[in-house]
Design a protein around this ligand. Structure first.
Ligand code: FAD
Length: 311
């Protein structure tokens, strides 16, 4: 048996829950399918969301789930594993547990996964004292001894950015050769007071559950209490690809190509949050979900009115 909803939302992070909230309040029948792995789960605090600055990511989503439930939105903890567009331009979605649901419209808010550099200790400490985003964590670690792990020449940019939060920054070149740094890079690093250390990073020294040093392959240890890294973003675009949606390439991966409302190249399919771009922070993801939800409601309304006129 297949349950039918007006809108199926895949992904229950800030983007998906926001879309569901607007749609539920517009009296639409909505199912949210959520795998329960929001990107910021490793962090204890969520910063920069006006009125919610410092709230725990888990609490933020729990409140969001309570809010959508008030309007009759259903949420199921599962993965959408398969999707197909039928002859009427509507969607059949298969869940990992085997359930099949039907949606007249679809929101893809599946976010992205961060692939961390394969340095021992980095994954264990990610979101604590191994960080990627100064806007998310910079204030909390300001003025501490920062390291930046370069895995591409873009590490220079990250080192320059984080120098806004501490004047004690060391750039570890790790897998980047010194010759890959341009004269402009060297001039800017010098102007920002960033020290540059060549050589591969082999691991992290941790004492009483705190990062104390970055250790190079040659055995030397550099005292640092924070290490910035650049995870490789892996957008979760599998469902969009199944539907044949256009993706647009960026230096940070390929994301859904959307119009300003979040509509993808496939009629009836909207996308929001990190599914449409690397830089979508929580507040942007929520905003994009809201815009998609409101647009879908209007689009369904007029589609039904036009169909009634035609009859
Ligand atoms: C360590 C860390 C700290 C961060 N701190 C901040 C911060 O302080 N402030 C800030 O604004 N941003 C922060 N961010 C960025 C923030 O995580 C993202 O902006 C935000 O999570 C994007 O929301 P989203 O709804 O697009 O995706 P997500 O929150 O990642 O939610 C996507 C959801 O979709 C689910 N999903 C994926 N595929 C499927 C599928 N096939 N079927 C069903 N469900 C699926 C996932 O399980 C997940 O629950 C941080 C990121 C990291 C990594």
């Amino acid at each position: 048996m297949t349950d039918t909803y007006e809108v199926v939302v895949v992904g229950g992070g800030a983007a998906g829950l926001s879309a569901a909230l607007v749609l539920g309040r517009a009296r639409r029948s909505v199912l949210v399918i959520d795998g329960g792995e929001p990107r910021n789960a490793p962090a204890a605090h969520m910063q920069g969301y006006l009125t919610r600055d410092g709230m725990s990511p888990a609490e933020f989503l729990a409140v969001g789930r309570e809010e959508i439930a008030r309007y009759g939105v259903e949420l199921v903890r599962d993965l959408a594993v398969d999707v197909a567009r039928d002859a009427d331009g509507e969607f059949d979605v298969t869940l990992g547990g085997g359930r099949r649901v039907h949606g007249r419209r679809l929101v893809v808010a599946t976010g992205l996964a961060d692939e961390l550099p394969a340095v021992p200790g980095v994954a264990e400490r990610f979101g604590r004292d191994v960080l990627h985003c100064p806007y998310c964590h910079g204030w909390e670690v300001r003025d501490q001894a920062f390291g930046v792990l370069a895995t591409t020449p873009m590490g220079v940019h990250q080192a320059l950015m984080v120098s806004q939060w501490s004047k004690d920054v060391t750039l570890f070149l790790h897998t980047v050769a010194e010759e890959e740094l341009t004269d402009d890079d060297l001039r800017r690093l010098a102007a920002a007071g960033v020290a540059v250390v060549p050589g591969e990073v082999a691991g992290l020294d941790v004492v009483e559950d705190r990062l104390t040093a970055v250790r190079l392959a040659d055995g030397t240890a550099h005292e640092r209490s924070v290490l910035f890294v650049a995870p490789r973003p892996v957008p979760r675009t599998g469902l969009l690809e199944q539907l044949g949606a256009d993706l647009q390439e960026t230096p940070f991966g390929s994301y859904a190509a959307v119009d300003p409302t979040g509509l993808t190249s496939v009629p009836g399919v909207w996308a929001a949050g990190n599914a449409i771009g690397f830089g979508e922070q929580v507040v942007n993801a929520a905003s994009g979900g809201y815009r998609a939800g409101a647009t879908i409601n209007g689009e369904l309304l007029f589609a039904d009115l036009d169909a009634a006129v035609r009859v």
